[in-house]
Design a protein around this ligand. Sequence first.
Ligand SMILES: NC(=O)c1ccc[n+]([C@@H]2O[C@H](COP(=O)([O-])OP(=O)(O)OC[C@H]3O[C@@H](n4cnc5c(N)ncnc54)[C@H](OP(=O)(O)O)[C@@H]3O)[C@@H](O)[C@H]2O)c1
Length: 316
Amino acid sequence: METRQLGFGGPQLTTVGFGAWAAGGPYVFGWGPQDDNDSVAAMLKYLELGGNWIDTAAVYGFGHSETVVGRAVREFGQPVFVATKCGRVRGATAADRPQSDLRPESIRQQLDASLQRLQLDCVDLFQVHWPDNDTGTALEDSWGMMATLQDEGKCRFIGVSNFDVPLLEKCHAIRRVQSLQPPYSLLRREIEAEILPWCLENGVGVVAYSPMQAGLLSGSFDINRVAEDDWRRKNPFFQEPELTKNLAIVERLRPIAEAHGKTVGNLAAAWVLSHPALTCAIIGARSPQQVAQNMASADWPLTDEEKMNVLAALGH
Ligand SMILES: NC(=O)c1ccc[n+]([C@@H]2O[C@H](COP(=O)([O-])OP(=O)(O)OC[C@H]3O[C@@H](n4cnc5c(N)ncnc54)[C@H](OP(=O)(O)O)[C@@H]3O)[C@@H](O)[C@H]2O)c1
């Protein structure tokens, strides 16, 4: 599988990364019920098919996803590049929305807890999940602690997620931002204007999340399969009339994918990967079957004509 370098001086990662959010199981931002054995089997399938990195976060199932990732990595028995995130913590009760916490000492404690759950001494990529709008901590202090933890060898690379250019610049002035993890899909293209050009210019790797817009663009999405406690039930992309409009786009994309014997999900991820600033697309999966389909997104360079046809299918 094709690999690309994650930012200036970074490691070679496979263009398809495994996203372990759903492996967190039910919680306030969960994907409904998810069997741990299915999650481990999905991760092992991904690694056996040549993928080399897994993305998780402390907040996914309040630690549960990291525990499951740790189990899969141990079962695989060979090196796997593991990325996790800090900065989102449980609210007053498990039913409350997670809160931001990027206070320096908290970041240190959050990393120690993640390493324990993952059963690792060092995490390969440690990312700030979201800017902190709750504790009033100065970003310079938070990023300073990220750099300290890197110097201490507790994480090899440090990155951010959901940051805009001013925030990226603030961090980059203190210590290199190895990567940005932004949302990017055919239905969410805001980062094309400023963020992607900035990353390209500054040698910051881009690992895009939700390339299939949380499964909506997979080509076989069915709202009736979505559990009552799945976060997508409340998300605007999945509400009418948007849902019907989005599924009509899927049908217009289908012939382009099928001409190559691929799924619409493969096309959606291949399109994301066709942007020159992109390093990887992180694709979530809940079973080995989904993984097997999703891996066909890699090694598919779209022609200019196909890219034009994809954009035409959006109806712009
Ligand atoms: N940094 C952040 O703030 C942030 C935010 C979001 C995501 N992420 C990361 O990015 C990863 C990927 O994003 P995502 O999971 O939101 O979106 P995604 O990759 O666009 O969609 C994944 C979902 O699509 C469905 N799916 C996967 N393969 C399929 C297939 N072959 N056929 C049909 N359905 C399929 C599955 O859900 P169903 O089967 O239930 O439909 C799966 O959970 C996450 O796991 C996480 O690691 C990060």
